[in-house]
Design a protein around this ligand. Sequence first.
Ligand code: PA5
Length: 463
Amino acid sequence: MEPIALDITYAHADVIGEHGVSDSELDALAERGAQALEAVEGRRATDLRWMDLPYQEEVLRSVQAYAARVAGRFENVVVLGIGGSALGPRALHAALNGPYHDLAPPEGVPRLFVLDNVDPELIDAFLQTFDPATCLFNVISKSGSTAETMSQFLILRRRLIEALGREKHREHLVITTDARAGTLRPIVQEEGYDSFVVPDGVGGRFSVLSPVGLLSAALVGIDTPALCAGAARMDERCRTPKLRDNPALMYAALQWLMQSKGGKNIAVTFSYSQRLALLGDWYAQLLAESIGKKHARDGSIVHAGPTPVRAVGVTDQHSQVQLYTEGPFDKWFTFLSVATPAADVVIPSDFADRDALAYLGGHTLGELFAAERDGTRIALCDAGRPSVTIEFPRVEASSVGQYLYLMELSVALMGEFYGVDAFDQPGVEGGKVAAYALMGRKGYEERRAELEAGAPPRKPRIR
Ligand code: PA5
């Protein structure tokens, strides 16, 4: 298996000047980095069980067995989930099945849709477009109580019962949830649905290598063993406490230095691969929910956290790069690049007498794409903007697995550098509780009364 590589050249002060990190800054973090790794590794066997997901062979086998059992039976696999229960499945499908799979799926392989919103227009359009009898619904909720996912479950289950009857509808639902806690597990038992487990110690945004990501991936033909093997390979690479040899530690240290010393509050994942673009969305949640915290672990108020942004090359060269090169010095960049694209297209040498076209003819789009990527990296460098590059040898399951684990471990290590709990999300609760109260959930009457009493006086609308 070829390793993915982290290239920090363009983040180095020797290359980009004052906005880069220096050897002495990295050296000064070496011991702290080793301690951070020790602290995270020390929790592997207790509460950070996501670290062992690459090695869950029995889970892999059961996921593959289920996929084999239902192979050829459904035209569409539909994930009902949100946040960590949606972004991984969607990113894996985009990366490993490509942009047109759902328009023309290979014979016998279903399409994959991830309905991670309750916008009624989205769900209504789905209901108008798809016959539920052609769909397998994978309801994913670790907590088994997320309002968005549960309401989708209620709607689609009712549709299935209406269309297929009480007995038959069961074949169209497979539930991924906690082994014991939450509302879904008892429903699974009462109704006899097929189900998979989100293990203890695996939070939503760290769950892509559990059945949360693996099941839909296996159903749409992704090589899940290779995905896990890639993650395991990265895990092995990242056991060393040496900062310069450990890509997760290096990336975490750079993120910390970029923000704490360099004032780079924005972390841009700039994917020079259309297939990898949605990994940027997956990472955005991982980073934002893990490091964006009001309190440090010692209780002090810190309001920590970088703001993740996702950009796509070359598209965003014509949208964002003006800001990136000339705007505030508040960003650093992670390029995702691919050493060997799976395909290339030759540009014809027509209109060779026109200078504006002649230089393109005979080259390939791969050459143009690489030139634009390298040109953008150099332009950012010339403007003093730091970047690193994560280079995938090819876009394939093993390299994507390496990337997923690299970023998960890196974010866990960032938690140590930033001094925050990377595994909770108290800031998400306020909105959830308010929504429960406004929707009339039992037990939230007091909050509803508070919300109604405390509603601010409305300002006149501007029409
Ligand atoms: O990362 C997280 O923990 C969250 O984004 C959750 O995945 C999200 O809120 C959905 O939660 P659940 O899977 O419990 O429905």
